[in-house]
Design a protein around this ligand. Structure first.
Ligand SMILES: Nc1nc2c(ncn2[C@@H]2O[C@H](COP(=O)(O)OP(=O)(O)OP(=O)(O)O)[C@@H](O)[C@H]2O)c(=O)[nH]1
Ligand SMILES: [Mg+2]
Length: 398
């Protein structure tokens, strides 16, 4: 399953976002270090399900479908707040950075309202410039990767000099606990002119540059501008955009409120909708009504609370995933048990049919004969490159 790590300085709303995405109850409070250990849960990307196009009523198994919207699970990890120099052990230190080491993409939450200082202590809205929070995080992550390298330097040199292991391979094993691509290590060595430079002569700067290259290529960071419901946030959002950053504005609190009210049957709201409808007005207090008015205004302007767009952006724009629906019976679109369009898989664009078979089950990849493109009703070969929303059936030797 794709993994998304949520990071940021303390008190910016990471746990609120996590809770809104996963509906897990986790401690949320207006002081730094409310979260002291990582929270792990399941959130969902939202796409238009193909059930409408095929005119069928589906029974999803690995995902769910609400009124033609398919929700596909992704793993979400909420971490404790990071303060400058966390990599050296400040604040709660870097131990929890290891918790996001397997993440495919990192969401960096910042407080758009500037209502928290650089250490995450509450401050009046507008008193802190959120632009300042953007840079420190990248450095923390780079230095975290750098520290892993430094901590394992001795074993790297041993592998390289005594065991004659190739440099890229030796580096790759040092980073075995961090999900990175070996190609990224190879291209980093090439690009940074380190390929033929003996590790014993690498400078600190060489090591930091390598860590930076690996981070940028293996752990893309997406900025989430939170607390959009606080009036000053919009001004800061424009400033951050003007400074050239790609940032998705969100109100995690608005999303969490809507999901809770929908769960309680007070409103009708499907995550990611651009509006909601009150269905039990008796349950609405004056205070709630005030809150809902603010949320409604925000949703009109930004086409929703931004939370679903954020997670979709991370998966589809940054990770460039597509959705593929495997079925066993190409006519009925069912699995072995008769479930219609049972599964929706997120796979990297460019994945071939055979690779996809391997993702489902290694035996399937071994025994594949060909596939059937259910939409076009044609046979497809093992090397067929899957397209978004493909519904395919895999035919095997037995
Ligand atoms: N107005 C507003 N407040 C928010 C929003 N999201 C979170 N908050 C508030 O910000 C404060 C901190 O929220 P948390 O979710 O605990 O923040 P955190 O980043 O997990 O904090 P730590 O665990 O301490 O690092 C709480 O008072 C939340 O209610 C939002 O979208 N709008
Ligand atoms: Mg928290």
């Amino acid at each position: 399953m794709i993994e998304i790590g949520i990071v940021g300085k303390p008190n910016v709303g990471k746990s609120t976002l996590f809770s809104a995405l996963t509906m897990h109850e986790v401690p949320i409070a207006n002081y730094p270090f409310t979260t002291i250990d990582a929270n792990i849960g399941v959130g969902f990307v939202r796409v238009d399900c193909v059930c409408h196009e095929f005119g069928v009523k589906d029974n999803p198994r690995n995902s769910c479908c609400i009124e033609g919207k398919r929700f596909i699970p992704v793993k979400v990890i909420d971490t404790a707040g990071l303060v400058p120099d966390a990599w050296r052990g400040r604040g709660l230190g870097n131990q929890f950075l290891n918790k996001i080491s397997m993440s495919d993409v990192i969401i960096h939450v910042i407080d758009l309202a500037g209502s928290t200082d650089i250490e995450g202590k509450p401050a009046p809205p507008g008193s802190h410039d959120p632009l300042e929070d953007i840079h420190f995080l990248e450095r923390e992550l780079v230095m975290w990767l750098y520290k892993i390298l430094e901590d394992n330097w001795h074993s790297l040199e041993k592998s390289y000099f005594h065991r004659k292991i190739e440099l890229s391979q030796a580096l790759y094993s040092i980073y075995s606990g961090v999900k990175i691509d070996i190609q990224h290590i190879e291209s980093a060595l090439e690009k940074l002119d380190l390929k033929n430079k003996k590790p014993s002569s690498w400078t600190r700067e060489d090591k930091i540059n390598l860590a930076k290259y690996i981070l940028i290529n293996s752990k893309p960071i997406l900025l989430a501008g939170n607390k959009l419901d606080i009036p000053i946030s919009e001004k800061n959002l424009d400033r951050i955009k003007d400074a050239g950053y790609n940032i998705i504005p969100i109100s995690a609190l608005a999303e969490l409120t809507l999901r809770k009210l929908a769960n309680d049957g007070v409103i009708r709201y499907i995550p990611g909708d651009s509006n909601f409808k009150v269905i039990n007005s008796n349950a609405i207090t004056d205070r709630m009504e005030k809150g809902l008015t603010i949320i409604s205004r925000l949703m009109q302007k930004f086409n929703g609370t931004g939370v679903q767009s954020l997670i979709n952006y991370a998966v589809f724009k940054i990770l460039d995933m597509i959705v593929v629906y495997p079925v066993r019976d190409p006519n009925k679109l069912t699995d072995r048990d008769g479930n219609v369009l049972p599964d929706a898989y997120l796979v990297k664009r460019g994945t071939t049919l055979k690779e996809f078979a391997g993702i489902i089950h290694s035996d399937l990849a071994k025994n594949i004969l060909y596939g059937i493109d259910v939409r076009r009703k044609v046979r497809i070969k093992s090397d067929y490159v899957l397209r978004n929303n493909d519904v395919i059936s895999i035919v095997t030797v037995k």
